[in-house]
Structure formats: structure tokens, C-alpha cells
Design a protein around this ligand. Structure first.
Ligand SMILES: Nc1nc(=O)c2c([nH]1)NC[C@@H]1CN(c3ccc(C(=O)N[C@@H](CCC(=O)O)C(=O)O)cc3)CN21
Ligand SMILES: CC(C)C(=O)C(=O)O
Ligand SMILES: [Mg+2]
Length: 278
């Protein structure tokens, strides 16, 4: 079944949990989509897990388009959300519409995601007015890493909690179809989830959210630079991949690969003539 922003909203009404994962290329998008995920986020986390930067600030709108295109080709049924990267929605409303439009028009995603609450409300409204669905993202907003002083849990003080609840309501009013809650205490996520009618998608926000998202490299054990507390490691594919590579190296060095089954053969007639010539 094809997922849309409408099916996301319906899921909340029916109390059906939503599932999302990130993907950054064709092969992973295909696997995630075939498994039946509801939504794929082409996250700017690609800067860290696919490009090797230490945070998400270096990711450009062209980087995002490049990866969204690949994901789009691999996904048939999942709703595809593209992250708007740092500085692509901070300069002006016009610029923000143009950049969101590029992710949809050139990349092929169905919706875009912006970090922030009341600070970005004018941009959120303008993008929605241009008929592009928007997903909100509050709590730990990684593009603010230098303001936050690191990737830290948010929403621990009364002031912060009030701002998070207010931001969620402002975003709902502005027309976003869903909101990511990142790294906030579960009780805070529960209050927010119960005070809005659009689905909350949690990452490190506990069990009361309407849906969950994880970075796919984290949950499959394909990223080892750090592992946030909120990650559940479902597989250890990094180790699996490394042991396969080690075996390959041994085989090549030991003359065990390639074998005849991996090689191409001349037919006998040509082979005999060639042997005479060389
Ligand atoms: N691979 C990956 N996974 C992610 O979840 C992710 C990214 N990259 N890049 C963008 C942001 C950055 N994120 C992060 C990164 C680190 C922590 C982390 O280490 N947190 C500490 C808590 C620190 C504190 O509150 O003091 C932890 O132990 O979980 C959390 C979220 C989430 N996002
Ligand atoms: C962690 C998720 C929500 C994200 O924004 C990303 O992967 O970039
Ligand atoms: Mg992101």
C-alpha cells in the first residue's frame, strides 16, 4: 500500500504505530521498502554515517538531492521525507520555498523535514502554502549542535518542557503532518503526543509516541563512531561484513579465489589455436 501524509494521520486516529527508518541509497531503500516500512527519512545524518563528517552542518542541498534521488528509485510504497539541511531554511522565506521545492522536484521526495519550532514557523507555513507537506522536528535538533553544546537530551527543565509543548502546538497549527521528537524524556513525549492530533515520531523519546524512527546504520550495527543510548542494535552487520572481507583477502592471497566457476572459458577450437600462437 502506498503511504501518504493522509495515511500517517489516519494511523494516529486508529492507534496504529508508525514505523520509519532512514535510508541514503537505492539498495537500502529497496530493502526497507520491501520489508513494509511506512516511511523513509533521507536524513541529513547521511553527513555523518555516509559521508564521514563529525556533525550534520556540512551537508548541502545538493548532497540531499543526490541521495533522495537514489532512495526514490528504490522505494515503491514508503512515504519519502527529505531533510532540509543546515542553512537551507534559515536565510529567507523565498529561499526556503525554493530549497524545499528542489528536494521535491529534483529529488522526488513526498515531504520535507525542518528542525525547530516557533523560530522556523514562517518558513514552515510558506512551504506548506507551496503545497509541500512538512514534518516538524523538535527536542534534540542536531543542526543546533553548537548552540546546544553537543548532542544532549532536551526537555529536562520546566522552561524547556513548556517550549517543547508550545512548539508542537504551533507546528500543528501551521499544518505540519507529523513531528519528530528527538531525545526527550518519555513523559514529555507523552504529553506532547496527547496534546496534538498529528502523529509524533520518536527517536529517543520513549514508548508513548505514535511512531518510531532510527538511523538504519545504528540499528543494524553499521556505524561504530558512537551509539546513542536510544538505539537498539538489531543486528551486528558491521562485524559480519568485516569477516566476509577478511575471508576474501585470505582467499585471494591464498589462491582460493577465483575458482573455475568464477572464470570465463574459450571454446576448444579457439583455445587450441591461441595456444599455438602464444
Ligand atoms: N548515526 C547517527 N545516529 C543518530 O541517531 C544521529 C546521527 N547519526 N546524526 C544526527 C543526529 C545526532 N544524534 C545523536 C548523536 C549522539 C547522541 C548521544 O551520544 N547522546 C548521549 C547523551 C548525551 C547527553 O545527554 O549528555 C547518549 O548517551 O545517548 C545522541 C543523538 C542523533 N542523530
Ligand atoms: C535522526 C533523524 C530524525 C534525522 O533527522 C536524521 O536522520 O537526519
Ligand atoms: Mg536530520
Amino acid at each position: 500500500m502506498k503511504n501518504t501524509v493522509a495515511t500517517f494521520k489516519e494511523a494516529k486516529e486508529k492507534g496504529i504505530k508508525l514505523t520509519m527508518l532512514t535510508a541514503y541509497d537505492y539498495s537500502f531503500a529497496k530493502l526497507v521498502d520491501e520489508a513494509g516500512i511506512d516511511g523513509i527519512l533521507v536524513g541529513d545524518s547521511l553527513g555523518m554515517v555516509a559521508l564521514g563528517y563529525e556533525n550534520t552542518l556540512s551537508v548541502t542541498i545538493d548532497d540531499m538531492i543526490h541521495h533522495i534521488k537514489a532512495v526514490r528509485r528504490g522505494a515503491e510504497n514508503a512515504l519519502i521525507v527529505g531533510d532540509m539541511p543546515f542553512l537551507s531554511y534559515h536565510i529567507s522565506v523565498e529561499d526556503s520555498i525554493k530549497n524545499a521545492g528542489r528536494l521535491v522536484q529534483e529529488g522526488g521526495c513526498h515531504a520535507v523535514k525542518l528542525e525547530g519550532g516557533i523560530e522556523v514557523l514562517d518558513k514552515v507555513k510558506a512551504i506548506i502554502k507551496a503545497q509541500i507537506p512538512v514534518m516538524g522536528h523538535i527536542g534534540l535538533t542536531p543542526q543546533s549542535v553548537n548552540m546546544l553544546g553537543g548532542f544532549k537530551v532536551q526537555g529536562k527543565s520546566k522552561e524547556q518542557i513548556k517550549k517543547l509543548i508550545d512548539d508542537a502546538k504551533y507546528l500543528e497549527e501551521a499544518g505540519v503532518f507529523s513531528i519528530v521528537l528527538e531525545a526527550v524524556p518519555d513523559e514529555v513525549a507523552k504529553i506532547i503526543t496527547e496534546s496534538i492530533s498529528i502523529p509524533t515520531i520518536g527517536i529517543g523519546a520513549g514508548k508513548y509516541c505514535d511512531g518510531q524512527i532510527l538511523v538504519i546504520n545504528d540499528m543494524l550495527g553499521l556505524f561504530s563512531d558512537f551509539t546513542p543510548k536510544f538505539v537498539k542494535r538489531y543486528r551486528n552487520l558491521g562485524e559480519e561484513i568485516k569477516s566476509g572481507i577478511l575471508e576474501y583477502i585470505e582467499d585471494v592471497r591464498g589462491g582460493k579465489f577465483p575458482e573455475d566457476v568464477h572464470s570465463f572459458k574459450l571454446n576448444k577450437e579457439i583455445s587450441d589455436e591461441i595456444k599455438k600462437l602464444y
